[in-house]
Every structure is written in structure tokens, then in C-alpha cells.
Ligand binder design. Structure first.
Ligand code: COA
Ligand code: AMP
Length: 624
């Protein structure tokens, strides 16, 4: 069946469509309830199905003759290491570590925080948790202790799994001091801390509750998979919202497995035995879905890359890996392509490699701007597919379903709706917009399998943030438009979330941190356009009366504060001291207008503005 019919089918007859997709998995008990509305507008998929994600990703393939095929290739230019794991070997590691977790009295329903760099143990730890029904929560290694502490306090993990260090370019970033600081800050203290020792005796594990990852695995009895309900949470992944408290996105097991399996074939056109590479980080949703679970569910070989698109050692590293490991499909963020383009504008490094296996490039994490799209398309002369999704959805909502029908791509558009997603563009009143008119992007409920069923222990917040704005629809937080052919263009967030180098961050949270400085009376942080990173934050502060300060020193303190609390990835490099912030007469800060001034784009002065002369002051400050 071709895309349009299949898509219509997925919207008009959800139950049959998703029953058929679920049948492609090897369930312990096949579900009879395909979709259930448990509460108004809250749905669960495959409620009476029984499964296990680690079984589906590993044991199932071994049973079907893939034991000696490579499951995972760890390629780390920063340590000069390439290590390959067959399905048999990966299962052995996973079973052993799962056994070790059980020895620590960690079982089905317990939570485990994983704070690891891009090393194989990250995937092993995730699959080991899945194996015993423990719920993992991976925290991106670039987050500072405060962010880790927030997640520990919400997830209440029985253990935290970390490593000696991460590697950023040439520098080692020790993780244990970061974990220690996070635990000190957190009111909840995880009973166990488990470290992957990347070098002998790098960490001093002083206490009984500080354990060596490999040592405890060596001494453990391999653990068999634990059957779990389809609705059992596989993981919690915290993502930035509009406040300082991150949102714990919950992912179920059976719905997610079904959706990922479908996406591997239908969207990425990738099949068992082929090599798939998502050049992201396990700390982000892309890493969960397309470094670990998706490719393994499909019986592929996945690449776990510890490096950067440039500088490790050069802008040819992506092409080297595609050649060396025979990658069919690469998935990365546009910012990585922009970085490569900047270093190697003529694509000289690209030409050095034999890329005959390379089939297509998928981009997500932020909008692929047309100049980047055209540059890379010309360079690789293969399909370049921008596709759109979010931590919440768990898998793509828009894209070109390359495995169903290879529709043409359009520069600047994230493509067509993926099966199961009824995407609409509404105005502020909730009425549908005509084609080509920008509005609020929503998805008609119910969301297909794989999407968040709720927020971790916080269904009221789930309803408030996603369901209440437009009854019957899920609010994506993005703005955009559809053209007459149904291609959708996602133009950016309509809330206080920004994307810096493909990393999702909250300007609302940054404001809370900046406002916490003793000299700050009020502040605003807005995301402005950045040529390499897509967006970056800049801050404006008004200093309290009667405080004496030196401009540069105060600005540096604020920058350091955000770096300490969120991490270097926040990339707040400019803070401006202003006398006043522009506001509406009712006191709302005009962030959108400030952003337009900083970006140098035309804007209309809001009719509700209290004092328009402040806009000139902002302009002068930015120009000075
Ligand atoms: N751990 C610790 N620190 C980290 C980190 C991590 N995992 N990741 C980034 N940082 C730090 C960097 O060291 C840097 O610190 P510095 O200010 O002390 O130099 C800071 O955060 C900013 O890093 P980054 O934004 O990565 O800038 P960069 O100049 O090092 O690299 C890119 C720029 C574009 C090459 C890089 O951001 C990149 O590869 N982006 C793609 C990201 C991606 O794939 N996202 C996918 C999401 S789907
Ligand atoms: P995250 O939850 O980190 O995956 O970030 C999700 C957000 O990134 C989305 O809500 C969008 O704002 C943005 N995003 C991701 N992919 C795209 C894309 N292809 N085009 C436009 N925006 C995107």
C-alpha cells in the first residue's frame, strides 16, 4: 500500500492499523485491547499485552540466528577505540549487569539514573534495566550537578550509574565529583553509586555503596528477562519545559516497541542486518530511540559514537565512519552539518571516502535551514530528509516515509505526517488555519503508540501543559504551517524552549537562575539566531537599586551561574545590563520583541506596550 492510503488507514482505523504493526513483534502475550481511553483524553496502548524490551532487542534476534551479527559498534576517535559487540556478546554483557542490579535488590518498577558519556556501558545499562523491568532515566552527560540533582529528586533512583569521565575534545571531564555534588544537593540520596572505571584506579571508590560496574557484573548470575505489561514504563526522560522543573516524559514498553519497529522500516527504510547510525547522545531522545532501541529491535547494527562532527580529528569523521562500518543511514542534527560545512566548505574530506553503501541522511533536533539543506544535498547527492519530533513523541511525527514511498523533500519543510499523527495548524482560538498560514501545531488525540502517556507521577501537569489548551488535541509547543500539498514547515517554538546545537533548553529556567543572583531585580533570557548552533540564549538584567557593581564582572558572574547550574551546553555568552525591560501595560515582558530586535528582523510594536522608548534603549545596548 502506498503512503497516502496507509496514512489514511492509520488515522481512520487506528485499532486495525496498530494491531497489524504490533503483530510484527514477538509478544509473550499478544494484546487484545489495542487502544484504551483510561480517562478522558488519556490513552494506553496494548494494555493487556506482555513483553520485554531487552528480549525483543537481543534474545529474539539470537533465537532467529543473528547471534554472531554485530549489534553495536563503539567508535571513539577521542580514545582511538573501535569495539564491536555481536548480539551474543551484547546479551552477555546485559545479562551480567542486569544480574548485578538484581543483587543490589533492584527489581521491576524501581528507578535507576544513568549519567554516562557515550560508552557502550550506557547502552548496556539501559538494556539491563529494561531486562529486569527497572525504569531507567538517562541524564545527558553535559548537564551540571544541579540538573542531575533535580532529576534524582524526581525519579528517586535506587542507583545511579556513572563513569570516571567524559571526554570533550582533548579534555577529560571527571564525572564522580559531579555526581557527588548532585547527591549532596539532592534531598534524596540514591542507595548505590556504580561507576564505569575508564582507567584503572581513576576514581577512588571509598564507600560500601560506591561500586565498580564491571566488578559487580563479573560476580553476578546472568539475569533472564522479566515479562512486563505493555504499559510498564521503560524509561523516564526529563526534558526542558518552560520552568526550572524539567518534565519527566514517561515511555511505555509495548507501544514504544511497536512504534520504533514501524519507524525503522517505514521512515528510515532500514532492515535487519543493515547498519544504522544516529550521531546523537544517549542522553537525548534520539539516543534512546535510534542509537539503542530502534536499531536493535530491527536486528540492525547500531553505531555508538564518542566524538564530535569536527575536531575528532576533523570534519571528515562522519564520512570515515560511514565508509568503515558500511553505514546505510545517518541521522544527525543540522548543527552538525553546519559545523562540517564551516570546516570543509568544498567537501574535500567527503571525497576521500567510498560511500557507496550510504543511502540517505536524516536530520532532526531543530529545523534544517534551506542553505544547509542545499549544501549537504549537493555534497552527498542522496535524499536528505528533515523530520520533526520531540522527546514527548518518542519518534517522528513528520518526515518522508522513505520505506513506504519516496516522496520528494522540500527545503525548509519537515515533510508529511507520519502514520498515526493527525497534525493540524490552529489559530489562537483553536480554529484550523488555511494552507500557508502560520499557527500553532497540534496533534489530534489519541496520539499513536510510542508517545508519552503522561508525565512521571504528574498527570495534572501533563494535562495542563499538553491537553488543556485545545481540548481533544495535544499541544506540541511548536509553530508552523502546512502548504497546499500537505508539507508542514515547523518554524520554531511558541514557548520558552530553545534549541542550542540541537540541545533542548529552557529560557524560563535560565531566567529563574539569573533572577536568583543577589544583584538582579528582574531579567529576561531570549533565544536568538546563531549561525552554527541554530539558536543561543542572551540575557538582559535590571540591577537592584543601591547596588554598586562593575558591568563586566557582573555579566561574567551571571554567565558562570548559568554554566554552573545547567552546564556549558547552555551556551549563555552574552548578558546585557539595561535600565528597564520592555513590558505590556499589564506587566508582561515583551520577549518576542526583544528577540526580533536582537535578530535584526522587522517587528511591529505591540499595541499593548507600556513605554515604546525602552525598545530604543534595548537597541542601543545591543549595538554598543
Ligand atoms: N559533557 C560535558 N560538556 C559538554 C558536553 C558533554 N557531553 N557536550 C558539550 N559540552 C560542553 C562543551 O565542551 C563546551 O564547553 P566549553 O564552553 O567549555 O568549551 C560547551 O558545552 C558547548 O558545547 P557545544 O555546543 O557542543 O559546542 P562545541 O563548539 O564543542 O561543538 C558542535 C559544536 C555543533 C560541533 C556540537 O554542538 C555538536 O556536535 N552538536 C550536535 C549535537 C547533536 O547531535 N545533537 C543531537 C540532538 S538530536
Ligand atoms: P527534543 O525534545 O529535544 O527532541 O526537541 C524537540 C523540539 O525540537 C521540537 O519541539 C522542535 O521545536 C525542535 N525540532 C526537532 N526537530 C525539528 C525539525 N525537524 N524541524 C523543526 N524543529 C524541530
Amino acid at each position: 500500500m502506498k503512503y497516502k492510503d496507509l496514512y489514511q488507514n492509520s488515522i481512520n482505523d487506528k485499532s486495525s492499523f496498530w494491531k497489524e504493526q504490533a503483530a510484527l513483534l514477538d509478544w509473550f502475550q499478544f494484546p487484545t485491547n489495542i487502544i484504551t481511553e483510561t480517562e478522558e483524553n488519556i490513552y494506553s496502548w496494548y494494555a493487556d499485552g506482555i513483553t520485554n524490551m531487552s528480549y525483543l532487542c537481543l534474545d529474539y534476534h539470537i533465537k532467529n540466528g543473528r547471534g554472531d551479527q554485530f549489534a553495536l559498534i563503539y567508535d571513539s576517535p577521542v580514545t582511538n577505540t573501535i569495539k564491536k559487540y555481536t548480539y551474543n556478546q551484547l546479551l552477555q554483557e546485559v545479562e551480567a549487569f542486569a544480574g548485578a542490579l538484581k543483587n543490589l535488590d533492584i527489581h521491576k518498577g524501581d528507578t535507576v539514573v544513568i549519567y554516562l558519556p557515550m560508552i557502550p556501558e550506557a547502552a548496556i545499562a539501559m538494556l539491563a534495566c529494561a531486562r529486569i523491568g527497572a525504569i531507567h532515566s538517562v541524564v545527558f552527560g553535559g548537564f551540571a550537578p544541579h540538573e542531575l540533582a533535580l532529576r534524582i529528586e524526581d525519579a528517586l533512583p535506587k542507583a545511579i550509574i556513572s563513569a570516571s569521565y567524559g571526554i570533550e575534545g582533548a579534555k577529560k571531564i571527571p564525572y564522580k565529583p559531579l555526581v557527588d555534588r548532585a547527591i549532596e544537593e539532592s534531598e534524596f540520596k540514591p542507595p548505590y553509586k556504580i561507576y564505569v572505571q575508564r582507567e584503572e584506579n581513576f576514581d577512588t571508590l571509598n564507600h560500601q555503596d560506591e561500586l565498580d560496574f564491571h566488578q559487580i557484573s563479573k560476580n553476578a548470575t546472568p539475569a533472564k528477562y522479566t515479562p512486563v505489561d505493555s504499559t510498564h514504563p521503560l524509561y523516564i526522560l526529563y526534558t526542558s519545559g518552560t520552568t526550572g522543573k524539567p518534565k519527566g516524559i514517561v515511555r511505555d514498553t509495548g507501544g514504544y516497541a511497536t512504534a520504533l519497529k514501524f519507524s525503522m522500516g517505514a521512515i528510515y527504510d532500514i532492515h535487519a542486518g543493515e547498519v544504522f547510525w544516529a550521531a546523537s547522545d544517549v542522553g537525548w531522545v534520539v539516543g534512546h530511540s535510534y542509537i539503542v532501541y530502534g536499531p536493535l529491535l530491527q536486528g540492525c547494527t547500531t553505531i555508538l559514537f564518542e566524538g564530535k562532527p569536527i575536531g575528532t580529528p576533523d570534519a571528515g569523521v562522519f564520512w570515515r565512519i560511514i565508509e568503515e562500518h558500511k553505514v546505510k543511514t545517518l541521522f544527525t542534527a543540522p548543527t552538525a552539518i553546519r559545523a562540517i560545512k564551516k570546516e570543509d566548505p568544498e567537501g574535500e574530506l567527503y571525497k576521500k571516502y567510498d560511500l557507496s553503501h550510504f543511502n540517505s541522511l536524516f536530520l532532526a533536533g531543530e529545523r534544517c535551514d534551506p542553505p544547509t539543506y542545499h549544501w549537504v544535498k549537493e555534497l552527498i547527492n542522496r535524499p536528505v530528509v528533515d523530520h520533526w519530533w520531540q522527546t514527548e513523541s518518542g519518534w517522528p511525527m513528520l518526515g518522508i516515509p522513505m520505506g513506504i514511498e519516496q516522496y520528494p523533500t522540500k527545503a525548509g519543510s519537515a515533510g508529511l505526517p507520519i502514520c498515526g499523527f493527525d497534525i493540524q495548524i490552529l489559530d489562537e482560538e483553536g480554529l484550523p488555519h488555511e494552507p500557508n498560514k502560520e499557527g500553532i501545531v497540534v496533534v489530534k488525540l489519541p496520539l499513536p503508540p510510542g508517545c508519552l502517556p503522561t508525565l512521571w507521577k504528574n498527570t495534572p501537569r501533563y494535562k495542563k501543559e499538553y491537553l488543556n489548551a485545545f481540548p481533544g488535541y495535544y499541544l506540541t509547543g511548536d509553530g508552523g504551517y502546512k502548504d497546499a500539498e500537505g508539507y508542514t514547515f515547523i518554524m520554531g517554538r511558541i514557548d520558552d524552549v530553545i534549541n542550542v546545537s540541537g540541545h533542548r533548553l529552557s529560557t524560563g529556567e535560565m531566567e529563574e537562575i539569573v533572577a536568583g543572583h543577589s544583584a538582579v531585580a528582574e531579567c529576561a533570557v531570549v533565544g536568538i539566531a546563531d549561525e552554527l548552533r541554530g539558536q543561543r540564549p542572551i540575557g538582559f538584567i535590571v540591577v537592584k537599586n543601591g547596588i554598586s557593581f562593575e558591568n563586566q564582572a557582573l555579566e561574567n558572574e551571571i554567565i558562570q551561574l548559568v554554566r554552573d547550574q545547567i552546564g556549558a551546553i547552555a551556551f549563555l555568552k552574552n548578558v546585557y545590563i539595561v535600565k528597564r525591560l520592555p513590558k505590556t501595560r499589564s506587566g508582561k515582558i515583551l520577549r518576542k520583541t526583544m528577540r526580533a530586535i536582537a535578530d535584526g528582523i522587522p517587528f511591529t510594536i505591540p499595541s499593548t506596550i507600556d513605554d515604546p522608548t525602552i525598545l530604543d534603549e534595548i537597541k542601543e545596548t545591543l549595538n554598543s
